[in-house]
Design a protein around this ligand. Sequence first.
Ligand SMILES: Cc1cc2nc3c(=O)[nH]c(=O)nc-3n(C[C@H](O)[C@H](O)[C@H](O)COP(=O)(O)O)c2cc1C
Length: 388
Amino acid sequence: MTKAGTDTETETPLLFSPLTLGGVTLKNRVVISPMCQYSAQDGLANDWHSVHLGQYALGGSALVFCEAAAVEARGRITHGDLGIWSAEHAAALKPITSFLRAHGAAPGMQIAHAGRKASMQRPWQGHGPLDESDSARGETAWDIVAPSAEPVSDGSLMPHEMSLEDIATVQQAFADAAGYTDDAGFEVLELHSAHGYLSHTFLSPTSNHRNDAYGGDRAGRMRFTLETVEKVRAVWPAHKPFFVRISTVDGVEGGWDVEDSIALTAEMKQRGVDVVDCSSGGIAGMATTTRDPLPLGFRLPFSDRIRRDNDIATMTHGLILHADQAEEILQAGQADLIGIARGALYNPYWARHAAHELGFDPGFDDWPDQYGWWLTRREAHLKSIGAR
Ligand SMILES: Cc1cc2nc3c(=O)[nH]c(=O)nc-3n(C[C@H](O)[C@H](O)[C@H](O)COP(=O)(O)O)c2cc1C
């Protein structure tokens, strides 16, 4: 077990103390949470992904997650989603993982299948199901799959209910994706089982109304996810950390709740999952841009509860804005890792600025030489003229 402890001997802020998970040591606790860019062509990474992800390594984050990458083409949310279903996809990602590692960040991949939330428009192109306006641009809709033939909401695309053969095919695609992820040089893998995407829809009683072994009671609804965890873990190297992102609660009447997540985590832990990335929501709408006025650190109670009840490392994210806030979370033992998403879009150097706020690395030693050499001297100069 590798949960965070207080690093009182060195007085290093916990946010900047290393964490070893299996054979990988993260240099600090700041994680760039996966963020879809909807900017790939046929699922292949390009210069956008290189620069987008590369900036977070330069910005000092210990673990940089790539956006959700689909394990098969029909599992993409949009035509612009990244994919990880062939050697070609892995090859396109390899220069990115090399760059991240060269600059001190562990490269992380999130493998995903959008299920009934596939075949959508990019957020800035409407955020609804693909329609004629998209076909006119050459982006046609495709058939989507789910545990049951029920749409996300009125007006959404109708998925077809997966047969046992469909289930086996998709699970094999997850296992293959784990192999491609390893080939591409990633050091951490996360299975996306949250936000209303395929694996989550098997878990939730609001979206899984199957009568076979993959539905019914909680054990039946967990079967798809747990089998997928087993198949992925069998391929993903034993020394490389394995995360699963879950929606700890659905937040809807009669939905999946925290007690279910505790039961699921116990099973996942037995199957070699190292970290539970505690998200929430998304079963019937958006997980991140909800209408509710969510408070800062709104997912913290979930990572806290799972960490304590399951004695497993957790990651939290969701409106963590400040260095002090992140440090307090770690000191209170409410999570082991701090995920930053929109905060990193606003400030890709979130981690380095947080370090300075907490008095860590005042000499810019962890910065790339290309920047640190200048900043040390600028700092000395600013002090000499009383501007610091
Ligand atoms: C642009 C964008 C894309 C996202 N894409 C993903 C994704 O690919 N996978 C995922 O699990 N969550 C995704 N999320 C959710 C974030 O990882 C994170 O959980 C959420 O934004 C809350 O953290 P924040 O308040 O720091 O933004 C995305 C969020 C944003 C803003």
